[in-house]
Design a protein around this ligand. Sequence first.
Ligand SMILES: Cc1cc2nc3c(=O)[nH]c(=O)nc-3n(C[C@H](O)[C@H](O)[C@H](O)COP(=O)(O)O)c2cc1C
Ligand code: SF4
Ligand code: SF4
Length: 273
Amino acid sequence: MILYFSATGNTEFLAKEIAEKTGDECLNLLERIKNKDYSEIRSDKPFVICAPVYVCEMPRFFSNYIKKVPLKGSRDVYFIVNSAGYGGISGYLAKKIARHKKLCFKGYNEIVMPRNYFISHYPVQTKDEIKERLVNACEKVNEIADKIKKGEKLQSRYIFLFEKIITIPFNPVWSKYKMKAKDFFTTDSCIGCGKCARVCPLNNIIIKDKKPVWGDNCTHCMACIGNCPKDAVFYGTVTREKGKYNFNDYKYMLNEKTSSAVKNKDHQRRKNG
Ligand SMILES: Cc1cc2nc3c(=O)[nH]c(=O)nc-3n(C[C@H](O)[C@H](O)[C@H](O)COP(=O)(O)O)c2cc1C
Ligand code: SF4
Ligand code: SF4
C-alpha cells in the first residue's frame, strides 16, 4: 500500500503513479493526520511511504505520524521522498523509522520535483525547468515501481555525517523562527469555501465570518496557498511577485507516454465517452 501526504500535489502524483505501476492502492494520510487517527493500517503488499522534504527531512508531523500508526500485514517498507533538489537526511531518518517499527527497510529513493516553497528565497522555476523535472520524475518512478514490483531493494543514497550534524539542529531552529503564519492574508476574492482549512495538516486555519484565520502552528507546507480555488491566499509581499505552486497547474505538461496516471485517465475518459 502506498501511504502519502502531499500539500501541493507533487507527492500525490508520484504516489498515484507508483500505485498504478505496481497494481497497488494508495492512501492519502491527510484526514488521518488531521484527526489524529492512529487506527491500524493493513496491507499484504509492501508499504511504500511517500513524502515531500521540508528543511532537509520528511515533514516532522508526517514522520511522527508514521512512527506512531501501526502498520500490519506486510513487514516490508520502502520510502520515496521528493524534493526540489536536496532530500537531506530523509533517508537516514527513514531507516530509523523502519527500525523503530520493526519493519524490513527495503530502501529509500529521492525524486526531484518542482519547488513548491515559493515563499522561500529561491527563485521561481521556469516552465521549461518544471517540465524537465516532471518528465525526469516519471522516468525515475518507472524504475522505482519496477523494483518494488519485483520485491527488490532500492539503492539508498549515502548520507554523510556532516549532513546529519548540520540538519538535526538546523531543522527545529528554522521551523521555530521562519515558519510563521502571521503574514498570511486573503483578498476580497475569498468566497469562504473553507478549502484552505480542510487541506491544512496541522488544523491551523479556522473559518470565522466566512474568512480564514491562521493560528500559530504552521509548517509552511503551502497547502492553503496552493489549493485555494480563488487564488485568494497571499503571504506578505512575496506571493504577489512569485505566485503559487500546485501540481495540477502543470500536469498538462505530461502525456500518456510519460505518465500512466494520465494515460489511464485519458483511457477512462474515452471509455466513458
Ligand atoms: C516548508 C518546505 C520546506 C522545503 N524544504 C526543502 C528542502 O529542504 N530541500 C528541497 O530540495 N526541497 C524542499 N522543499 C520543496 C518540496 O519538498 C517539494 O517541492 C515537494 O515536491 C513538494 O511536495 P508536495 O507538492 O507533495 O507538497 C520544501 C518545501 C516546503 C513547503
Ligand atoms: S480556500 Fe480560498 S476561497 Fe476558500 S476560504 Fe480559503 S482563502 Fe477563501
Ligand atoms: S497554515 Fe501553514 S501548515 Fe496550514 S496549510 Fe497553510 S502553510 Fe500549511
